[in-house]
Design a protein around this ligand. Structure first.
Ligand SMILES: C[S@@+](CC[C@H](N)C(=O)[O-])C[C@H]1O[C@@H](n2cnc3c(N)ncnc32)[C@H](O)[C@@H]1O
Length: 212
C-alpha cells in the first residue's frame, strides 16, 4: 500500500471525522426546530445531526444529484434503519426553489464556500430565521505556502478538487484566495454577527454567525 493510501485510509479519515464532530458539537448548542445542510454532498454530517437530535427537522440541499443519491444509499444501510423510526425523516432537496421560500433555525455549510461558483453567504442570510445561526466550516490556506498546501491537500475529495483546475498551482491560488477573515467580513457585511470563530491546524476554520 502506498504511503498516500495509508494516509487517506487512516489518519486523514479520522481527522476529518474530528473536525466534523467539533462543528456538530458547536452547532448542537444552537439548534431550534429546523436545520439545513447547505451543499450537503452525501450528507453524512446531517445524518449524524439527525441521529443526535431526534426532534430536529433536518433538510439537506445540494445541486449535485449524484452526491445526493450516494447519500440516500448510505441512509438505506442497515445500521441506519434502527434509527429511522426514532428520528424525523430527512428531507432531501436538489431544487433550490423548494427551499428558497423557507427559513431554517440553524444552517451548516461545510466545504462549500470555495467550491461554489456563486456567492453563498447572502443566500444563507436569506435562508436563516431572524436570530438564527449559520455555521461554516472550510479551508483557510491564506497563510500557507504552496509547499505546505501541496503536502496536505491530498485526500480523495481534495484530489478531485485539483482535477477541476489546470494545475496544483492554480488550485492553490483558488484555495488560498480566501479564509476566515474574508468569510467573517462578507458575513458581517450582509448582516450576521460573529459569535464564534477559530482556525484549526493552519488549514481549516470554523465560523458561526447569528442573523441580526
Ligand atoms: C466539497 S463538497 C462538500 C460536501 C459536504 N458538505 C461535505 O462536507 O462532505 C462541496 C459540495 O457543495 C455543493 N455545492 C457547491 N456549490 C453549491 C451551491 N451554490 N448550491 C448548492 N450546493 C453547492 C457541491 O455540489 C458539493 O456537493
Amino acid at each position: 500500500m502506498s504511503s498516500y493510501k495509508n494516509f487517506c485510509d487512516s489518519n486523514e479519515i479520522k481527522y476529518f471525522k474530528n473536525i466534523y464532530s467539533f462543528h456538530a458539537f458547536k452547532l448542537s448548542q444552537l439548534l431550534g426546530e429546523s436545520f439545513l445542510d447547505f451543499g450537503c454532498g452525501r450528507f453524512q454530517f446531517s445524518t449524524r445531526m439527525a441521529i443526535n437530535n431526534p426532534n430536529l427537522s433536518v433538510t439537506v440541499f445540494d445541486t449535485n444529484l449524484d452526491e445526493l443519491k450516494e447519500g440516500i444509499k448510505y441512509t438505506g444501510f442497515r445500521w441506519f434503519q434502527s434509527y429511522k423510526d426514532k428520528i424525523k425523516p430527512i428531507t432531501v432537496v436538489s431544487d433550490f426553489n423548494k427551499i428558497s421560500n423557507k427559513v431554517f433555525d440553524t444552517i451548516a455549510m461545510n466545504f462549500v464556500l470555495l467550491a461554489s461558483k456563486t456567492p453563498v453567504i447572502p443566500v444563507l442570510h436569506d435562508l436563516v430565521s431572524p436570530n438564527g445561526y449559520v455555521g461554516i466550516l472550510d479551508y483557510d490556506f491564506t497563510n500557507s505556502s504552496f509547499d505546505e498546501f501541496r503536502e496536505v491537500f491530498t485526500c480523495d475529495e481534495e484530489r478531485k478538487a485539483i482535477s477541476r483546475f489546470n494545475s496544483v498551482e492554480e488550485t492553490f491560488q483558488h484555495y488560498s484566495s480566501r479564509g476566515l477573515v474574508e468569510c467573517k467580513n462578507e458575513a458581517e457585511e450582509v448582516g450576521f454577527k460573529t459569535i464564534y470563530s477559530s482556525k484549526f491546524d493552519k488549514r481549516y476554520f470554523f465560523w458561526i454567525g447569528q442573523k441580526l
